[in-house]
Design a binder for this molecule. Sequence first.
Ligand SMILES: *Cc1c(COP(=O)(O)O)cnc(C)c1O
Ligand SMILES: [Zn+2]
Length: 413
Amino acid sequence: MAFWTLHCVSCQATYQPEEVHYTCPRCGPLLGTLEVVYDLETVASHFDRQQLRLDARANHWRYLPLLPIEKPEFISPLAVGWTPLYRQEALAREWGLADLWVKDDGRNPTASLKDRASSVGLVKALEQGATTVTAASTGNAASSWAAFTALAGLRTVIFVPRNAPRAKIAQLLLYGAEVLQVEGNYDQAFDLCMQAARQWHWYNRSTAINPYLGEGKKTAALEICEQLNWEVPDVVFVSVGDGCIIQGLWKGFRDLFQLGFIERLPQLVGVQAEGAAPLVQAWREGKDQCRPLEPHTLADSIAVGIPRDQVKALRAVRESGGRFMAVSDQEILDAIALLARKAGVLAEPAGATALAGLKRLVEEKQLTKDVRAVVLVTGHGLKDIDGVLKAATATPRTVEPSLEAVARTLKLD
Ligand SMILES: *Cc1c(COP(=O)(O)O)cnc(C)c1O
Ligand SMILES: [Zn+2]
């Protein structure tokens, strides 16, 4: 017997894990996303803070008792999670914050936070006996998925939009996926993947419709709490496309709160790009659902017009007392440069978007003094070289191979 059930976020129906694999049959894929609800008494009987202190695993499987896994023998050897949380004293002082930390989730096997979800998704696929798997993705979820599934010997069919960055395509091809580049945007790739998965009974790792992915993503929240010695930050900033990461974080904080590991919950600030901000719009209008739009932003990982995890994401931000906000592409580029210079962390555009949000709130004096903030960096800068190069203000200078030329160019004596 599994130690969890699946709850529909819209109609509250409860399902056993073997009854439903994706979304609530009554409410459909957009509104009927399912939440994993644990029997916390069972979890608490073999999981506590003291035990974690003694756990030497420097990866996110240290939280295995709080993950929906039945057959741990299917866990991939790739090392996911336990990414560094860097304290930013200089920036905190400059911005009048009590503390600021940057969590670098670009430090994952395929260089994005998506590995947290793929690693859990792989176990679920293997538990179900899948032989062919699929996903639609702007690039990171797919390239992450392909690394795990190809290594496990599964046939992997991937749907990406035409504009997916080249490095992400390279990852897909080299990990061994069959890559279908859809003549359209991410939202169209998503729908095509759903149809194909249904038609040929492929296991589907597309975000939000698979309830187990958010459980993997929540481990970023578990790590933040443990790395801060269970002193919960006041506010956590994260970039948002489909909304799966932000709802996963909220789930992680809530699980820890219910288990008594932490004494309070943080506010969550979801940061979108101005040209792809359906959740910001719904948030401002007080709606529970987004109006679809045509996304335009250089931050490809959050270029989403129909956020697939919108119900949970809106609820998470509301429950946390946080907010959604949007930043411009220029602010995102500025944040890439700032993060590289001040923190030594190179982020892809969507990876730096959360910092852009924090910077904006600081400039607008919208944060109360003495706030302790965490910024989550979700993807590495080498994932999108063309994107991050736009943030560079300098260009290399050409020199002849002589000391004299170096002296002349750098104006040295
Ligand atoms: C997927 C992704 C996001 C957004 O996550 P959602 O769950 O779609 O909101 C942000 N940044 C990066 C780098 C990503 O890969
Ligand atoms: Zn339902």
